[in-house]
Write a protein that binds this ligand. Sequence first.
Ligand SMILES: Cc1ncc(COP(=O)(O)O)c(C=O)c1O
Length: 400
Amino acid sequence: MATKTASVAHPLPVASRMTRLGTETAFEVLVRARALEAEGRHIVHLEIGEPDFDTPSNVIEAGVDALRSGWTHYGPAAGLPELRKTIADYVGKTRKVKVAPEEVVVVPGGKPTMFYAIMALVEEGDEVIYPNPGFPIYESMARFVGARAVPVKIREERDFSLDVNELASLITNRTKMIILNSPHNPTGGMMSQRDVQAVADAIGDRNIFVLTDEIYSRLIYEGSHFSMFSLEEMRDRTILLDGFSKTYAMTGWRLGYGVMRSDLAEHVARLAINCTSCTASFTQVAGIEALRGDQSSVNKMKLEFQRRRDYVVERLNKIPGFSCCMPKGAFYVFPNVTGTGWHSKELASALLEDAGVACLSGTAFGEFGEGYIRFSVANSIENITIALDRVEQWARKNGR
Ligand SMILES: Cc1ncc(COP(=O)(O)O)c(C=O)c1O
């Protein structure tokens, strides 16, 4: 975008591929909310997906110590050997499989694994099946590389768990990748072990890769997590995406990882060399402490999210035009707002502009998000209460 000071005598010759690249609306809503705040308005932020907690102090100390002791240089592209080993042990334990450090690529956050895995595997004309509503970057990246993005609808009537039969019916001989996300953003829905197995059975022997986004796997309130990565028959065709942003409140440190067969890991590391060279070394040292050190803060944060989730769902179900089912994981609620008579996008915008509550339209997560909005519960119960009072007042006045 041209700034006021830049000369714009020449048209910008944007590459045509840029027209296929999407975005993550949360960041745009944040900018609008901040602009309203600059005008003196009070806004409650329920739009962005990041824990409101501080990074655990043992992790901060490890990061600061690392800076002081010289972890300020380039490191290996695929990550520090000690962190790769720590992640291999952690994934091995949590997913009950054997993982070698060579199968781990450390990257700056959860997103790069999406980017790199799709870049490395998906050809123009291939098909990528992804959840819709779902994290917007799946569709964005699939389209960016010239693939056909094939949505599988995540339905409220199934408690927002993916319909495996529907997914199976979308598989064709052009399908290259299936993206799964459990617990699921934005709905909080989860996949059972039976469903994960059923997806594997539907894939069978075909050379289709599964990108399993498990960034919320430690934030589960009901049921337990089961990973495609745990299935021996899918092990060579599964890429596990996980990271530190949500579990350890480390969004700004930029630290995540992908786990995959070692020959694919080499390609992904080469993409990293071309893009970032490596992930910040001191951040990685802090990551070792996060995985190996005291885990009590993770549990504390989870219990607090659960308390807020229960409160928000109960209150939303009393607001005219809103109905909200109980999310099983992650830290969002995804109420059905069709009863208000408003379209999702105009409703989210009205709540921000008129009521001072920043949230996201369900359509920020794809076309099948129409009829819903997403609130994050990553804010204090006091702020959430203010937000819900405002939403309730607004809905009583403006329901159609
Ligand atoms: C489902 C999902 N995957 C990946 C990410 C990206 O995480 P990171 O901020 O670590 O890149 C997010 C962030 O909101 C997410 O919701």
